[in-house]
Design a protein around this ligand. Sequence first.
Ligand code: NAP
Ligand code: ZN
Ligand code: ZN
Length: 347
Amino acid sequence: MIKVKAYAAQSATSPIQPYSFERRDPKSDDVVIEIAYSGVCHSDIHTARSEWGPSYYPCVPGHEIVGKVIAVGKKVKGFKVGDLAGVGCFVDSCGKCSNCKSHEEQFCDDHMVGTYNSTELDGKTPTQGGYSSHIVVKDKYVLKIKKGQPLDRVAPLLCAGITTYSPLKRQGVKKGHKVGVVGLGGLGHMAVKLAKSMGAEVTVFSTSPSKQADAKKLGAKHFVITSDPKNFEPLEGKFDFIINTVSAKHDFTPYLGCLKIDGTMTLVGAAPEPSQVSAFALIFGRKNLNGSLIGGIKETQEMLDYCAKKKVLADIELIPASQINEAYERTIKSQVKYRFVIDAKTF
Ligand code: NAP
Ligand code: ZN
Ligand code: ZN
């Protein structure tokens, strides 16, 4: 077994604290990764605090992982010791169902084996995430990271990057499109960079007036403060696509009003409480409201290669593990600029 230093939540109400545990010895198709950096996603907070329903404890969060390969199983061909590697939001799936076969493992009919707060395919062995010194993952679920990039700024791509890239890509966002990004946090700032890189004219919708200058620097052309309903009036029917990254309950109606006929708003933000939507907000203008969950392994690799080529990286605050709890509080207050990343040397 491999001894691992980590940080974990012991219950929904306890802080994230030092914890140690053991990972399995590598099987023939496993890759052992020494973690270098681990991003802090708002999903970590929802999960550590059981906001989406009861979580498994102890819970080691973290699904934005980059590091170095330090050992591989006998049958592993795609990775060798010394390679850079990434791990995102899941570490296994059945590999046989139609969703797995069509590279949408996140919708596996058996279950997506989440990187943490999940069970292995046996249905009982708990998984533990990236707030840890090492991780052991089946080779097919490990991503390749190109050398020569700042790895701490690559880590958030493994969740915030793919979660925003996937719907932007599916929507065919391109030059001439007007794209709205609701919420300028970890996901939101990646959505701005990616939509801009695809050629769109980007507008940020935010509750935080202090983020206006940053939004422009990140690539947005316009910035809308959402607390004043008047600010939505000139935007009626103007947007091809809106990606909504907000982590808390809010009213979708003003954003649906901003869509063109047949326009789409995709929810990626996963507020624990449901929102109400009037049928009329969709009927008039034939609007679409849908959701999106991260992306499959193939698409995640495509996104990593795209970001390496286009030099798209996250804007981060690098912290030692001991500051995780403060980082959570600042994330909840919408004060993160724009992703906390933990230096894994400090676990
Ligand atoms: P984050 O960094 O905390 O960003 C969320 C942003 O939402 C905040 O910065 C804030 O932006 C805005 N916001 C927060 N509370 C709000 C409220 N009450 N009303 C309106 N706006 C509010 O979080 P994140 O890591 O980007 O994650 C965002 C959400 O996506 C979380 O719910 C997370 O669990 C979910 N998620 C989903 C997927 C998926 O696959 N679908 C993947 C990863 C994460 P402003 O300051 O600009 O208003
Ligand atoms: Zn995430
Ligand atoms: Zn499957």
